[in-house]
Design a protein around this ligand. Sequence first.
Ligand SMILES: Cc1ncc(COP(=O)(O)O)c(C=O)c1O
Length: 363
Amino acid sequence: MADAVGNGPEPRARLRAMKEYHPPLGCRDALRLDFNENTIACSPAVRDVLQQISTGDLTRYPERGSVEAQVAQSLGLRPEQVLLTNGVDEAIHVLFQTFLDAGDELLLPVPTYTMYEVYASSTEARVVTVQAGEDLAFPYEALLEAITPRTKILAIANPNSPSGSVATREQIVELATRAAHAMVLVDEAYYHFFGETVADLLDTIPNLVVARTFSKAYGLAGLRVGVLAGAAEAMRWVRRVISPYSVNSVALACIPAALKDSAYIGWYVDEVVAARAEFEAALDRCGVRRWPSRANFVLVFIGAKHSEFVRGMSAAGVLVRDRSNDPGCDGCVRITVGTREQMRGAAAALEQVMCRLRGEGEA
Ligand SMILES: Cc1ncc(COP(=O)(O)O)c(C=O)c1O
């Protein structure tokens, strides 16, 4: 049997050279501040829809057209400009499959969302990274300089993860103009917590694409629904590579209710933004260095004891995410922001853990 495995075909060289990516899921029976999810629940209106799913809904292949039209309307776009995907992850995957060829360059400011590089590895394109400075601000000038005739996609998470930093509308427009031969993906997964978008520019900038997700503010990460929006012409090509059934019927049934309950999203976002300000103040009082964030998470600097910190927080019932391996983030940990009540608990745990680590030496 061992021989059969050994003699099987080799995967592509590009893939063999890749590091494995294992999100630290597993047992997460604690306060989940490690994946930037909604930390409480989705809208109750979505729960009602879930209870009404029939076996008929499950036996049929899902048809996403009508829900796509509703999502398009909510974004002020035409249906042909919008594609629903299996999370933004699939949006990234299909966009890269559509545009990245051998010899092309994917331009990425780093640190940023890990999956851009993972999906680039399913193409033959070269990844060109532009490192942010110590302030982890959006490296606008350096990106402008890094654009070449081979740049085919520039991917910008706005707000960015893990830093929480943002690019301005003017910067995005200038980058899209200077890289008119490339697609500029603006990944607005954390849009609700920031409140600014470039989706209204999709009609005027043909090489701009915007991604949105139902995984974060909407509290539906488990349903896996993302949105890719762009010029109708670009989306027509992307539709060629996507599976027609990648968004399942349960997810499709829930999206209209999620969209409609804007009061719930408004309430949750206000709560998180208030909690973020309180939590940032608590970090400052505790003397923990942090980066300014416009998203539902804060990146903090713990230093050499980052692993002990993550373990200590976990022992105190709070899961946080070690980002030490991200470029320019040595010693850093990312903490998702939930409700004020949850974050008061998280701040108390953090104070205790920091106190202990400091007592044991430099933290
Ligand atoms: C910037 C960014 N884009 C996309 C995603 C993934 O979104 P989805 O759950 O819709 O695949 C994440 C998740 O952490 C993210 O941080």
